[in-house]
Each structure stands twice: as structure tokens, then as C-alpha cells.
Design a protein around this ligand. Structure first.
Ligand code: RP5
Length: 172
């Protein structure tokens, strides 16, 4: 089967970057969420360690290219969100990818413990963090885009409607 690049056709408003192909199984939950909300996005592999020039180019041109928010996912010694945030005034949301050795605690602490002055909005480890990064990015973009804010509100209403009043046993 032909490999498909994840992106939307329109001018991207959210940039989703990740340190490695191995992060994609987590980060695709961010792009799935953006897609469900109709938020134009692009997805790229950008490593702070292995492709530092690509990271510098990406972060320093992001605002002029029309992006409004960057979601950056990385695992282990996860420098990508913080380094990206140091080179752009755009809001950067960090997703700690679960690592094999330390279950993502290394990723979480690397991303969340930014010194004062360069913020990274840090989400939960793994899939929950990727989904929430997509929702948060949509809400930020939605502040100046009524269509996207309406999509966020509708998504939340559907989630609320889907919660049963009473628990049921699978055997019933
Ligand atoms: C980080 O190293 C990446 O974000 C990834 O989570 C981790 C491992 O990368 P691979 O060795 O799987 O490419 O830079």
C-alpha cells in the first residue's frame, strides 16, 4: 500500500512535529483530532538531536508561514518542544511520548520543566496528551475562527452525550 503523508490541503494553522517516526503512533492522535475538528494542519519529523538545522528552520519560519500553534511530541531526553519554543513566539504544546525505559517520565520532565521565560504548554504522557494537544490547539485557533470554535463545542457536546448515566456490566 502506498504511504500517505499526513497533512490537510488548506493553509496549515497547526504544525505537528515529532522527533522520530517512532513517535507517530502517538502523535497521529493529535492529527486525528485536528482532522475531526476541521483544523488544517501539517505533520513533520523534526528532531532536535538528529536534524537540528531542520528544527531551526522549522521553528524560525513557522509564524511567517501562517502557523498559529505548534504541537511538538518527543520522547526520552525530549528537547524538541523547548528548543522549538525558544525560536518562535507561537504557542508550543508539548506531548511527552512514552519511552520504553522510563515509561515517559523522562519525556514528561524534560518537557515540563522549562525555566521561566520560555513556556511550553505540557500535556499528559502518550495518547491522552496527543488528543488533548489537538483539542487545545483547536481551541486556541478557535479564538479567532468561529467555525473551529463551533467544532470544538460540538465535539465536547457529543462527548458529554456519549456518557451513560449508569454503569452496566458486560454480561447484562
Ligand atoms: C526522541 O527519541 C524521539 O522523539 C523518540 O521518542 C525517541 C526515540 O527515537 P527513535 O530511536 O525511535 O528514532 O528523539
Amino acid at each position: 500500500m502506498a504511504k500517505r503523508k499526513a497533512h490537510s490541503e488548506k493553509q496549515p494553522l497547526v504544525g505537528v512535529i515529532m522527533g522520530s517516526q517512532s513517535d507517530w503512533s502517538t502523535m497521529r492522535h493529535a492529527t486525528d483530532t485536528l482532522e475531526a475538528l476541521g483544523v488544517p494542519f501539517e505533520a513533520r519529523i523534526v528532531s532536535a538531536h538528529r536534524t537540528p538545522r531542520r528544527m531551526t528552520d522549522y521553528a524560525s519560519t513557522a509564524k511567517d508561514r501562517g502557523l498559529k500553534v505548534i504541537i511538538a511530541g518527543a520522547g526520552g531526553a525530549a528537547h524538541l518542544p523547548g528548543m522549538t519554543a525558544s525560536m518562535t513566539p507561537l504557542p508550543v504544546l508539548g506531548v511527552p511520548v512514552e519511552s520504553a525505559a522510563l515509561k515517559g517520565m523522562d519525556s514528561l520532565l524534560s518537557i515540563v520543566q522549562m525555566p521561566g521565560g520560555i513556556p511550553v504548554g505540557t500535556l499528559a504522557i502518550g495518547k491522552a496528551g496527543a488528543v488533548n494537544a489537538g483539542l487545545l490547539a483547536a481551541a486556541i485557533v478557535g479564538l479567532s475562527n468561529p467555525r473551529i470554535m463551533a467544532a470544538v463545542e460540538a465535539w465536547r457536546a457529543r462527548q458529554t452525550d456519549a456518557i451513560a448515566d449508569h454503569p452496566t456490566s458486560e454480561k447484562e
